[in-house]
Ligand binder design. Structure first.
Ligand code: FAD
Length: 298
């Protein structure tokens, strides 16, 4: 198969890139190993996508996909397994064969590291969350627990302390890994209670919502929500050794250009300070625009 622009990953970044590139008149293939939507498919309700009052993640994923198809992008289901560049063409091998493209937009997203304790998966979206900006506002004046000891855990504990009645910050070590200045602010906050040197053994609920946590010393901590910040893993294996990475994320400049001319990266997989649907969609639009410029100058 041949195309002008191959988009790998059909989350918000990839589908936005596919829409922009197809609308600009390019022959676009958008590839996904699972289903269009990416992490949108795990969002019960999205409240912070500009222009939408509230929608299910599934419904928003459908709108992204319909729009890309309407503009002429072809959506294919296959996993991209390897990528190389021969002369000016990219060759991407998938489970179904090879795709040749003049430019490639990598939008393979990222996944949150889980604790792997009983109840975590069962209550995901019903109290267990991996994103404070996304889900914090659902827990105004409630009891919130946060687990983690790095910058994200500290920053988001501070953010959540403005929303929740109290925030219990649980960290397995006696010392935080995050910046000292953040730690000082956390320690100074009256409604943040620290539980250092403790793990979470289980997330407990009533079958519908989170009600409490069992900690490693067998104490039961009442909580309406648990925010897990124990790391994020970029889906960048495909370009490991092909493009420059930073901490596992694909290094880009502000125009979404990677270290390989003609390869662009957008969304959660790239080096960025804020991972949201709106930022992923913005990245996708910019990557498509840059791919257009790149192809015109080939
Ligand atoms: C539970 C949850 C709730 C969230 N809530 C919100 C919220 O309320 N508001 C908000 O703005 N953000 C929210 N987010 C974050 C938001 O969903 C992500 O920032 C956004 O989806 C990132 O988009 P993306 O396109 O970069 O990647 P993703 O959405 O991760 O999509 C990547 C796609 O690439 C595909 N893929 C990966 N590797 C390959 C490969 N080798 N070949 C082919 N396909 C591949 C995957 O199957 C996936 O479909 C939430 C995330 C989660 C998990």
């Amino acid at each position: 198969m041949n195309c002008d622009i191959l988009v790998i990953g059909c989350g918000p970044a990839g589908l936005s890139a596919a829409s922009y590139a197809a609308r600009a008149g390019y022959d676009v293939i958008a590839l996904d190993s699972l289903a269009p939507g990416g992490q949108l498919l795990y969002i019960d309700e999205i409240e912070n996508y500009p222009g939408l009052e509230s929608k299910s993640g599934y419904a928003l994923a459908e709108s992204f996909e319909k729009q890309a198809v309407l503009f002429g992008a072809k959506i294919e289901f296959a996993e991209a397994k390897s990528i190389e560049k021969r002369d000016k063409l990219f060759i991407v091998k998938t489970g179904d064969g090879e795709i040749e493209a003049k430019a490639v937009i990598l939008a393979t997203g990222a996944r949150h590291r889980h604790l792997g304790v009983p109840g975590e998966d069962e209550y995901q979206g019903r109290g267990v969350s991996y994103c404070a900006t996304c889900d914090g506002p659902f827990f105004r004046d409630r009891i919130i627990a946060v687990v983690g000891g790095g910058d994200t855990a500290l920053t988001d504990a501070l953010y959540l302390s403005k929303l929740g009645k109290e925030v219990h910050l649980i960290h397995r070590r006696d010392q935080f890994r995050g910046q000292k200045a953040l730690e000082d602010r956390v320690r100074a906050k009256e409604n943040i209670i620290l539980h250092l040197g403790k793990n979470i053994k289980s997330v407990n609920g009533d079958g519908r919502n989170v009600k409490s946590l069992t900690l490693s010393d067998d104490t039961e901590l009442q909580a309406d929500a648990l925010f897990v910040f124990v790391g994020i893993i970029p889906n960048s294996e495909l370009v490991n050794g092909f493009a420059e990475l930073e901490g596992g994320f694909v290094k880009t400049d502000e125009k979404m250009c990677t270290s390989v001319p003609g390869l662009f990266a957008a969304g959660d997989v790239r080096t960025t300070s804020f991972r949201q649907v709106v930022t992923a969609a913005g990245d996708g639009a910019l990557a498509a625009h840059q791919a257009d410029e790149y192809i015109q100058n080939l």
